[in-house]
Design a protein around this ligand. Structure first.
Ligand code: FEO
Length: 392
């Protein structure tokens, strides 16, 4: 059985084949559902369970780890990839209690129909003794649901933050062995799941900053033996700092937008601006989300279709709006045949972002000299705005 430290076992499951989460988020490298068993001298606690699809793996691992009796199931988070097998464990261990906060308890009753008397609720900072090991519960809301709590194992200095600091990465390695690979996966995970909660995450980082942490054991991906590595990455992602980068997300139906994008990309490159370009017909939306973690500017490109943006472009705008990146500027490159309300539609779709809108460029029919000149002026304006942020 794999041990993080003596009597702290990894009992979760690796899901090598999963390619989609929430029926939305691509998982190119699969994922893991990490669960941990802590055997104290008097009591035993299971920290989270696994996705119901991997129930048998969890149960086999618990048997292999010698979990004859489980006293506590610590539920950090209501989402079913971690809570989905709590009912199964309660059936196998009728003496066990589910330990969580009142909000998560309510969610687990709603989602899993667990009985009220199976719960013990804990307050922020409360401790639970397992004998020679002590769990301290720390409320860490909005990573990424409001109820989420973390556990700190005092004697071993292990922090168990559930989804927080996680990475969708199926790996046979218990610990981080390839920092570059894990950083990419953790950044994708942050972009797809955590980015909308940048400000609450800032508060949670502040809350744990004085905690002596030897190891961070999240609920997805490898365990960090160098906590500073992932904490520093998070500090960078949640900061207000942006990079001299433009993300272009576009669709082209009859080459007008593609020609405009090509010209515009060259103009940005000539001005020393990094460009990340996504043709939404073929792009992985996770890559698009990752690019939005740091970029100063988003430019959306679309032909007019039934008076509005192409539906795939509208979808990307809705996604960007939901992910709430720290992007500072937005503009639109479009084409139209006879009219439409695309600019207003796209501007409305991203209206919740705290961005300044830069004058769009719309071509009637195929782009002509005046349109290409307008694209160069748009590149000039973006450079000027980036310089105002002192990033160009
Ligand atoms: Fe990994 Fe929010 O569940």
């Amino acid at each position: 059985m794999r041990e993080l430290k003596p009597n702290v076992f990894a009992v979760g499951a690796i899901d090598w084949d999963r390619r989609l989460f929430d029926e939305l988020i691509p998982l190119p490298d699969g994922t893991t559902y990490n669960a941990y068993l802590i055997k104290g001298s008097e009591k035993t606690a299971l920290l989270d369970t696994v996705d119901p699809a991997k129930r048998d793996v969890l149960i086999d691992n618990l048997i292999a780890a010698g979990a004859d009796k489980i006293d506590y199931i610590i539920a950090h988070h209501g989402e079913q990839d971690h809570s989905g097998c709590i009912g199964d464990i309660l059936l196998l261990h009728p003496e066990a209690k589910v330990v969580t906060n009142p909000m998560c308890k309510g969610m687990l009753i709603d989602l899993l129909e667990l009985e009220d008397d199976r719960f013990i609720t804990v307050e922020d900072g409360e401790q639970l003794s397992l004998g020679d090991k002590t769990l301290r519960f720390i409320y860490t809301p909005w990573v990424h649901w409001p109820e989420t709590i973390s556990t700190y194992l005092i004697e071993d200095k292990i922090f168990f933050p559930c989804d927080f600091f996680g990475a969708h990465l199926a790996s046979s390695d218990l610990f981080v062995t390839d920092e570059h690979l894990v950083l990419e996966s953790a950044k994708r995970y942050y972009a797809e799941i955590m980015m909308p909660f940048r400000l609450p995450i800032r508060k949670n980082l502040e809350k744990i900053k004085n905690l002596p942490i030897d190891m961070i054991a999240p609920s997805h991906g490898p365990v960090y033996q160098d906590p500073k590595f992932i904490i520093d990455a998070y500090k960078s992602w949640i900061s207000d700092d942006v990079k001299n980068e433009v993300v272009i997300a576009y669709i082209s139906m009859h080459e007008s937008i593609r020609r405009m994008v090509n010209h515009f990309v060259s103009a940005l490159m000539e001005r020393g601006i990094t460009v990340k370009q996504f043709n939404l017909t073929v792009t992985d939306i996770g890559e698009l989300a990752m690019s939005l973690v740091d970029a100063a500017t988003l430019v959306i490109g679309s032909p007019t279709m039934l008076a509005k943006a192409h539906p795939k472009v509208a979808y990307a705008a809705i996604l960007a709006s939901a992910l709430k990146p720290k992007t500072k500027f937005v503009s639109v490159i479009g084409s139209y045949g006879w009219g439409g309300i695309m600019i207003k539609q796209l501007t409305d779709l991203v209206s919740n972002l705290r961005v300044e809108t830069i004058e769009p460029v719309m071509a009637k029919g195929c782009p002509k000299d005046d349109d290409f000149k307008a694209l160069e002026r748009l590149a000039d304006e973006i450079l000027k705005r980036h310089k105002s942020l002192k990033i160009a």
